[in-house]
Design a protein around this ligand. Sequence first.
Ligand code: PLP
Length: 295
Amino acid sequence: MLTFEFHSPEQEIIFPLYAQNNVRVFVKRDDLIHPYISGNKWRKLKYAVNQAKEQKKQKLVTFGGAWSNHLLATAAAGATFGFKTVGIVRGEQVDNPVLKLCQLFGMKLNFVSRTSYKNKKLLFEENFGSDPHAFYIAEGGYSREGLLGCRDMIGELTRSYDSIFCACGTGTTVAGLQLGINEYQLKSNVFGIPVLKGANFLLDEIEKLGLCTGNLPTLLFDYHFGGYAKTNPELISFVRSFTSQTGILIEPTYTGKLFFALHDQISKGQVPPDSTILAVHTGGLTGILGLLDKF
Ligand SMILES: *Cc1c(COP(=O)(O)O)cnc(C)c1O
C-alpha cells in the first residue's frame, strides 16, 4: 500500500470561550500530513492512487479550478509515487502560485472552457480514451475511494469525542467521518460546515457515496459567508486572531469557516456543556495565497 506512515496528531487548543462553556476542543492536524498533498486531499487520493498502481496505470488525470488544493495534491502525490499527472483546469489560461507548484511537481495543465469543463467524463474520453495508461480521478476526490480514505481517520483517533466538526466542499470528508463513526459504532455526532452557498444538494451527494445504514451527518448551512472563497472582514479578522492565538494556521476558504462556525455554535450555547469536540484541520493552506490581498 502506498502511503505516508504518519498519523496526524490530535492537539488540544485553549480559548477562554471553551472554558466558559465547559467544552474541550482538539484539532486533528491533517494539515501536517504533507505540505502539498495536504489534509483530506491525501485521504481522498490514497485508495485511488493505490488502485492506479494495481492497474499498472502510469498517468493520473484529474480536474480542478485554478486554485485547487486537489490539483496540487494530485501533482505532488503523482511525483511522490511515480505517476505522470495531468490537470484539467476550469477556465481561461491563467498563472498563479498554486498552478506553478503543480507544474513544478511535473503536472501538465490543460485549460478548458467552463462549458466543456462541465462534462468531465467526456473530456477524459476525448483526450485520454485511447490511452491505456491514463487513470481518471474525480474532481475534488469525490468518490467511493475518497470516502473510504476519509473513514480511516476515525481509526486513528486516540480518544473519544462527543462531536466532530469539519468543513465541506464535495462532502466526501464529512461522509467518510460519518461512515467511520457508523462502522466503529461510536456515538460522536458529526457536523459538516458547507463552504458553498446553496449547498442543499450536499446531503444527496453524501448519500450517493453510500453510507450504508446508520446516522447521517448534520450540516450547518449558515457559515458560507456568501459562497465559495468569499470572505468578509469578520471572517478575515477571525482567521487572524485564531492563527495568532493558537499557532495553527487556518485560511478563509475552508478551515476559517469551520472554526468560525465552531466558535459561533459554542458561544450560542449550541454545544452541550462537558462536550469534547474534535475539529478536523483539513489542510489546504496554499489556498491562502489567492486571498492574501484580503489581509
Ligand atoms: C477540499 C477541501 C475540503 C473539502 O473536502 P470535501 O471532502 O470535498 O468536502 C475541506 N477543507 C480543505 C482544506 C480542502 O482543501
